[in-house]
Design a protein around this ligand. Structure first.
Ligand code: FES
Length: 254
């Protein structure tokens, strides 16, 4: 019964995608589905620019010539940098050509790792952690605040091309949940950075967005002024004094 419902749901989703590729962006990026669009189809020629051709050569030189496929992740990363933060099907095909594998081998990697974006993202791609500790601490409200403030759906890009909002699973900051990551693609092919903003509130994420819009760089890390890095809120609670010396240093004599 469950399998039949799941198959039915999949058919419905495919139908939505066929009717509107844009609509697919409101689903999780984990839903890996490609529909040809005017700006993303295999007929569009894509190649590394001259500077990146040199970088690609350098990357390949790190691997034995019969293991070129091991360079798939750094080459996809380079392609994504060149293409403004996302990977077209043609870019993935070009990587497959360079490392001499079937394109599906590259698609498998690009669809598995959530740092690879397969649809357009904003210059600042805001990734809300959706895993349990962050969700319990209010990540849904964080996402709602961002979507409402920016007037977009999940994975849609704002009209000015500056922002998009996505979801990522646990980014290892659960102790300071909830948190978001800002993937900053504003430097173009110079490379991008990921900054973590932790202990965020709906109000704080909107402030962060507005600072980024003005070209400011909000300080990453915890946004709770009562916490130092990942320490307890309000200051240390343990190890407040010099620990006592061991009762006896000579274990044989004790
Ligand atoms: S659950 Fe959000 S960082 Fe771990």
């Amino acid at each position: 019964m469950f399998a039949r419902q799941a198959a039915q749901r999949l058919l419905e989703i495919r139908q939505i995608f066929r009717q509107s590729p844009q609509a697919s962006r409101s689903f999780s990026t984990a839903l890996n589905y490609h529909i040809d669009t005017p700006d993303n189809n295999p007929n569009i020629r894509w190649e590394f620019n001259e500077a990146n051709k040199e970088k690609a050569k350098e990357i390949l030189s790190h691997y034995p010539s019969n293991y070129k496929q091991s360079a798939v992740i750094p080459l996809l990363d380079l392609a994504q940098q060149q293409h403004g933060g996302w990977l077209t099907v043609s870019a993935m095909n070009e990587v497959a050509r360079i490392i001499e594998v079937a394109p599906i081998r590259v698609y498998e990697v690009a669809t598995f790792y959530s740092m690879f974006n397969r649809s357009k993202v904003g210059k600042y791609h805001l990734l809300v952690c959706g895993t349990t500790p962050c969700m319990i601490r209010g990540s849904r409200e964080i996402e709602e605040a961002l979507l409402k403030h920016l007037g977009v759906k999940r994975n849609e890009v704002t009209k000015d091309g500056l922002f998009s909002v996505g979801e990522m699973e646990c980014m290892g900051c659960c102790v300071n949940a909830p948190m978001i990551t800002v993937a900053d693609y504003s430097n173009g092919s110079e490379g991008y950075t990921y900054n973590y903003y932790e202990d965020v509130t709906p109000k704080r994420v909107v402030e962060i967005v507005e600072m980024l819009r003005k070209g400011e760089k909000p300080t990453p890390g915890t946004q709770n002024p009562n916490r130092i890095k990942a320490g307890p809120e309000g200051g240390n609670k343990t190890l407040l004094s010099e620990p006592p010396a061991p009762r006896c240093r000579d274990l044989e004599a004790c």
